[in-house]
Design a protein. Structure first.
Length: 433
């Protein structure tokens, strides 16, 4: 009998990889035995992870929407108007040219609009503009063509109908080649039909709020009470019911609206500089930009990100400490198991490694559960947000990094229960069993 080899414990025959897999499996089985208790243990880790995922989900989704749908959301749009006090004021076409030349490197498109309001409700608004109107308004020619430079210079009596007006006047019939007569009896040849770019929203006001939203109505009412520029002029640009003609046909009419398109991250700086330059020129400008931009590209965002990182780390550290303390208590509860394993031949580092892996597994599971919670909070936040420009998305890199950090902290924190387990004396434990 003494010559026969003693059977080796099963865990000694396993490779390192198999042993880790077995320990992880045992840890998950321990968690499933008492799921409610496990959930309570993991609260700090879950909420800490959720707080880490929530901000990048909002920020990445909003930036993606701002960059991909800049024209649709108006985040790349600047509208210049003037306060109408005792005397009606307007810009000049020289102002449009001056802005185009002096801000050439910073703006993408600019055009002016001399807006002629009809005498009756059945009449159409006339937008006397230049050849850059399509780009500055984020529109495209759906049929025909737009006004050419030659037609602008020669004051040709041609016009481009917007899509809703074309459908209203001609139905399914093509309006190209037909004539349009304005309220003064001037006839224009219809050379094209213009429509909004795909995905561009018609229901957003100049501040980025959906039309009809309580905040939008409150702002419009406030503007009317303090005598700000006529709301109809700015809103009319997105109705789809206008007629665009060369501004040279009406040389006596000056532009009262200037619309500019630029990169969203430049809009705030451009707005401030334009306001300063126009005030120095003697104007009293009203400048509309998307209400989301100060948050996206302002200092408040950086402060919010730093604060979130601090809160995230504190929550994760506190949650990990709770897990580690409870794992120490688990060591006390499982002393008989530890003693039996030691008697069977398990070394001290086997026992220590077991509790490190179990603690790391707990934190890994908690962090993985925290990711969808953070995404859910982001989705709820966007659903309650009045601005149509706010969105969310799954941030893969940040989520992976957060899960890795939390798991790493859990592995380090597992050293405490591991140290407590290693110090257990199997002889003393079994003596009292």
């Amino acid at each position: 009998m003494n010559g026969l080899p003693h059977p080796q414990p099963a865990f000694q025959k396993l490779s390192d990889t198999s042993m880790v897999a077995r320990l992880i499996h045992n840890a998950l089985r321990q968690m499933m035995r008492q799921p409610f208790r496990t959930l309570l243990i993991l609260q700090g880790v879950i909420w800490g992870t959720a707080l880490g995922v929530f901000p990048p989900a909002i920020l990445k989704g909003t930036f993606r929407k701002a960059e991909w749908d800049a024209s649709a959301q108006g985040t790349n749009r600047i509208v210049l108007a003037l306060e109408h006090l005792e005397v009606a004021e307007s810009f000049s076409w020289k102002d449009v040219s001056w802005i185009r030349e002096n801000y050439q490197a910073e703006i993408d498109h600019i055009s002016g609009f001399a807006m002629v309001k009809p005498d009756t409700k059945q009449g159409q608004w006339i937008l006397a503009t230049d050849t850059a109107a399509m780009a500055s308004r984020a529109m495209k020619v759906s049929s025909g063509r737009f006004i050419s430079t030659e037609e602008l210079n020669s004051a040709s009596k041609v016009c481009v109908l917007e899509h809703k007006l074309a459908r209203k006047l001609f139905g399914n019939e093509s309006p190209l080649g037909q004539s349009f007569q304005n309220q003064d009896g001037i006839e224009f040849e219809i050379i094209g039909v213009a429509s909004l770019e795909s995905g561009v929203g018609e229901n957003l006001d100049e501040f980025g709020y959906e039309s009809g939203h309580p905040m939008s109505r409150w702002i419009q009412e406030l503007k009317r009470n303090i005598g700000v520029v006529d709301d109809d002029q700015v809103k009319q640009l997105k109705t789809g019911l206008n007629v665009m003609v060369p501004f040279t046909v009406f040389p006596e009419i000056s532009p009262n609206i200037i619309e500019i398109r630029a990169e969203p991250n430049r809009v705030m700086n451009l707005r401030d500089r334009l306001k300063t330059d126009l005030i120095e020129t003697g104007y009293q400008p009203v400048i509309y930009t998307n209400a989301l931009l100060p948050f996206l590209y302002g200092q408040t965002l950086d402060t919010f990100i730093e604060l979130n990182r601090i809160v995230f780390l504190l929550c994760v550290i506190v949650g990990t400490c709770v897990v580690c303390v409870l794992m120490v208590l688990s060591v006390v509860e499982r002393q008989r198991e530890i003693a039996i394993r030691r008697v069977e031949g398990a070394r001290q580092w086997h026992i220590a490694f077991q509790f490190i892996v179990e603690t790391g597994t707990l934190c890994a599971v908690g962090s993985v559960m925290g990711v969808p919670l953070g995404l859910g909070l982001a989705a709820i936040r966007c659903a309650l947000e009045p601005l149509a420009s706010v969105d969310w998305m799954f941030p893969p890199f940040e989520s992976f990094l957060i899960v890795a950090i939390v798991t790493g902290i859990g592995l380090v924190g597992g050293c405490l229960p591991a140290w407590r387990a290693v110090r257990s004396d199997p002889v003393e434990i079994l003596r009292y069993e």
